[in-house]
Design a protein around this ligand. Structure first.
Ligand code: SAH
Length: 340
């Protein structure tokens, strides 16, 4: 087990099990997440014998940053783990703070037609520690605290549900990184059983749904997951989520030329979402060299936006970060693998 995979509760139980006081867990957390030490030896208020025991029981290694690409208001990192697998994370600098978009898996099994990450099948899940490390290494590199975390990098968070939930618990804890739940966003392509489980947790964490189509016909073509969990059922569980948590849901909608960007699609989308406490985030497609899809022209993006507005659906157009440094999902790793 890695020390960064321990929730505060896990560590408290650990100390109780080795006949120590449970407040030691808070001391360790303080070293990890307030003082950012990188070895047990630096935890100077903890007795030598306990340090030895901790060293025996926990790993404390970190992935390496192997590539950094800086853009105007974005910075992209490629990490390499002990087993030589790589994932990426992107920092975006906003006026309201600094957000990190991080990866949850090596590869992805969801196979969405437009997505670069899905070109490589899932190799494995990331552990909570590997997700926590992405935050810590980026903070260290920038010498700056991150204010927001979004789980929209490589992978499907709800296909790695338990690790993702543990990760959220760790970074949310006041003794840990103390990132507010409302500053954390989980994005899913729509794995219904996990959305239900997430609803039962009744957290203040934001939920984003990658919708990308207003009907099953189009969604089946571009998102394979829709064949397992079709739209009607997806909307039903989201209604339940909104009712239980009283939270507003974000629907992400990539505009793909001649696929899902017609006026008819806009009206259909408005009808699908009418009455839901939600907003639509229209995403100009980040074209990749490997995939056929094209980005919708600016004027049609605006047309789509205007229709949703007129239909009283809350909508924004995603500000673009990082197109110049190929920062679409999975692109940095793809390009890196071609170079090496
Ligand atoms: N698997 C999760 C999270 C990772 S993808 C999910 O599906 O939500 C994060 C978001 O980026 C998704 O909405 C995804 O559809 C979108 N995306 C993938 N490739 C993209 C591209 N080339 N341009 C713009 N958005 C893209």
């Amino acid at each position: 087990m890695h020390i960064y995979s321990q929730s505060l509760e896990d560590l408290e139980n650990y100390f109780l099990n080795i006949n120590q006081k449970k407040y030691k867990a808070v001391q360790v957390y303080d070293w990890l997440y307030k003082k950012f030490v990188t070895s047990f030896d630096e935890m100077t208020n903890i007795k030598k014998e306990i340090i030895l025991k901790l060293k025996e029981d926990f790993l404390f290694d970190a992935p390496k940053i192997i590539k950094i690409q800086k853009g105007k208001d974005v910075c992209k990192y490629l990490f390499k783990f002990q087993d030589n697998e790589c994932v990426e994370a992107v920092v975006m600098f906003h006026d309201y703070g600094t957000s990190l978009c991080l990866s949850t898996q090596v590869g992805c099994n969801m196979n969405c037609a437009f997505c670069e990450s899905g070109r490589r099948k899932k190799v494995r899940n990331l552990s909570p520690a590997e997700m926590v490390s992405q935050i810590l290494l980026v903070q260290q590199n920038l010498n700056k605290r991150l204010s927001h975390v979004v789980l929209m990098g490589i992978g499907e968070p709800f296909d790695n549900y338990d690790n993702v939930m543990k990760f959220i618990k760790i970074i949310n804890n006041d003794h840990g990184l103390a990132l507010g739940a409302r500053h954390i966003t989980v994005s899913t392509c729509g794995i219904i059983p996990k959305i239900k489980e997430f609803t039962r947790q009744n957290l203040q964490v934001n939920l984003a749904i990658s919708l990308h189509a207003p009907n099953d016909e189009i969604r089946n073509k571009i998102m394979r997951i829709n064949k397992v969990y079709p739209l009607k059922e997806l909307i039903k569980v989201i209604k339940e989520y909104i009712k239980v948590t009283n939270r507003r849901v974000t629907f992400e909608y990539i505009l793909l030329k001649n696929i899902n960007d017609s006026e008819k699609c806009a009206y259909e989308l408005a009808n699908l979402l009418r009455g839901l406490n939600c907003y639509v985030n229209l995403i100009p497609y980040n074209e990749t060299s490997h995939i056929e899809f094209k980005r919708t022209e600016e004027k049609n993006i605006l047309k789509f936006y205007d229709i949703l507005k007129k239909e009283k659906i809350a909508v924004t157009i995603r500000r673009e970060f990082g197109t110049e440094i190929a920062s679409a999902c999975g692109q940095l790793r793809s390009n890196y693998e071609e170079e090496v």
